[in-house]
Design a protein around this ligand. Structure first.
Ligand code: AHR
Length: 510
């Protein structure tokens, strides 16, 4: 083997642990057109009896989304959930300060939770720890999960929903370290509030899982110290710490952008180390896991004007409707490779967001719904990655990037299920094709199908026609007969330049 060879070594007995289905989550915030003319549009030709778009719900199912976070995001930090329940005619619009948009309150907790239930999606709710606190958070848990006989549970029943929703996952606020957040707090203020709110919420329903806010990104000046301080108040109470990360191509630096998965990998390692340091100091056997509840490609620095510069808007404005290319989709596929490789510590992750707002699904009001290029690697990974994550060894050359230093050329992740169904996900970040030798150490690997996304060089253009053109040129089946070769215990795969590939088949002990 030379320094330039790429070798992936695997065996069905070498595993990291189960892939939690909640790794394939997404996010619907009251932001732009995510809710109104996104999931909900009563006048749309496909609208169901509840006013939700059937075409969007069908694409959501095809995407394989398991969990959806709601109602924000920045929005939640000034949201009064009580204003969004009860008879719609009595609900008042309010000015959401996060996105400077008039929120009509036509969709609220009940409408969202019932949509999620109908679509077989596990909801993940966030409480407002920006402008509100312990009482409103505990009341919302009671409204959602309480049995008849107490004030807020009875209000839900009066609003037409007898059975508790049984919402399991709860976020204690959103990005509370960010100065842009309404009700932003320092780590001590937030840590104390999160501990008290979480305590009350678990007293209402001890079965819930709590997510405490980590840093809004690894670039935050308080990163690390924030996690340490917040967890010092909440370690024994919470289950997960949140991570958020968005990646974009800056200044035409394609090499750095293609290596976003490595940046995410290092970010996860650092948050795990911060959480484990708090645990070690407490001599605790408990392990805090990660809810990576916002991740995606977002042209945040290069295209977004910033929340403060948005004019006040009504009627579901078009905010951050990023249009994606094949290159963006390759990066999304590679970010999923990273998440799978951390399956032992990352049980929950949400592609932010689901519809219209930095989303894999786009819509026109009254018109079509379509898949962005990023839809394909997500849907394929959610479909194929089952069972447990394999503990792979990847030997690969590296390259040097301006933003992330030395990074691997090839990344890989794999899964195997109890029935022997196996999948491998591989990214080639180089502009040359690469041959990967997969050494399965005497076990039997068969490859039955394959899919690949190529990084195109076309500028991203809005609209379903562009998405269809990218899909035609960049997205497609791998010709397994020519791209995959098996000799004894080694399977060789050819990866296209700047591509993401998924292979599916079976893996078994010999
Ligand atoms: O997903 C868009 C926004 O990004 C969310 O509202 C916020 O949490 C993050 O900064």
């Amino acid at each position: 083997m030379t320094d330039n060879d790429v070798r992936v070594t695997l065996h069905p007995a070498f595993r990291k642990g189960p892939v939690d289905r909640r790794l394939f989550g997404s996010f619907v915030e009251h932001l732009g057109r995510a809710v109104y003319t996104g999931i909900f549009e009563p006048d749309h030709p496909t609208a169901d009896a509840h006013g939700f778009r059937r075409d969007v719900a069908d694409l959501t199912r095809e995407l394989g989304v398991t969990t959806v976070r709601y109602p924000g995001g920045n929005f939640v930090s000034n949201y009064v959930w009580e204003d969004g329940v009860g008879p719609v005619a009595d609900r008042k619009p309010f000015l959401d300060l996060a996105w400077r948009t008039v929120e009509p309150n036509l969709v609220g907790t009940d409408e969202f939770l019932q949509w999620a239930e109908r679509e077989g999606i596990e909801p993940m709710m966030a409480v407002n720890l920006g402008t509100r606190g312990v009482a409103a958070a505990a009341a919302l848990v009671e409204y959602c999960n309480g049995e008849a006989g107490t004030r807020w549970a009875d209000l839900r029943i009066a609003n037409g929903r007898e059975k508790p929703y049984g919402v399991r996952l709860w976020c204690l606020g959103n990005e509370m370290d960010g100065p842009w957040q309404i009700g932003h707090k320092d780590a001590h203020e937030y840590g104390k509030l999160a501990a008290e709110a979480g305590k009350a919420m678990k007293l209402v329903d001890p079965s819930i899982e709590l997510v405490v806010c980590g840093s809004s990104s690894m670039q935050m000046p308080t990163f690390g110290e924030w996690e340490r301080t917040v967890l010092s108040y909440t370690y024994d109470l919470v289950d997960h710490v949140s991570m958020h990360a968005y990646y974009e191509e800056l200044d035409g630096d394609r090499g750095s952008f293609l290596a976003s998965g490595t940046a995410m990998d290092r970010f996860v390692d650092r948050v795990v180390a911060s959480a484990d340091a708090v645990g070690a100091q407490r001599r605790s056997d408990k392990k805090i896991t990660i809810s990576f509840d916002e991740w995606n490609v977002w042209y945040l620095e290069s295209r977004f004007p910033g929340e403060q510069n948005l004019p006040i808007q009504r009627d579901a404005p078009r905010i951050i409707e990023d249009v994606y290319s094949g290159l963006d989709a390759v990066v999304v596929g590679d970010l999923l490779v990273t998440l799978l490789n951390h399956a032992d510590r990352v049980p929950v992750a949400c592609l932010a967001q689901l519809v219209n707002v930095i989303a894999p699904i786009m819509t026109e009001p009254g018109g079509e719904a379509w898949r962005q290029p990023t839809f394909h690697p997500f849907a394929t990974t959610a479909r194929l990655a089952r069972g447990e994550a394999l503990d792979l060894r990847v030997a690969t050359p590296s390259y040097t990037t301006a933003r992330h230093g030395e990074v691997p050329v090839v990344t890989a992740a794999g899964t195997v299920a109890d029935d022997g169904a196996a999948a491998l996900f591989l990214t080639n970040r180089s502009s040359e094709p690469v041959e990967v030798a997969i050494d399965h150490l005497g076990s039997v690997l068969t490859v039955a199908e394959g899919w690949r996304m190529l990084a195109d060089h076309e500028p991203a253009v809005v609209g379903p026609e562009h998405a269809a053109r990218v899909a035609e040129k960049s997205w497609g089946a791998v010709d397994v007969a020519t791209a995959v070769r098996r000799e004894g215990s080694t399977t060789t795969v050819r990866l296209e330049p700047e591509s993401w590939t998924a292979l599916a088949g079976t893996l078994a002990q010999a």
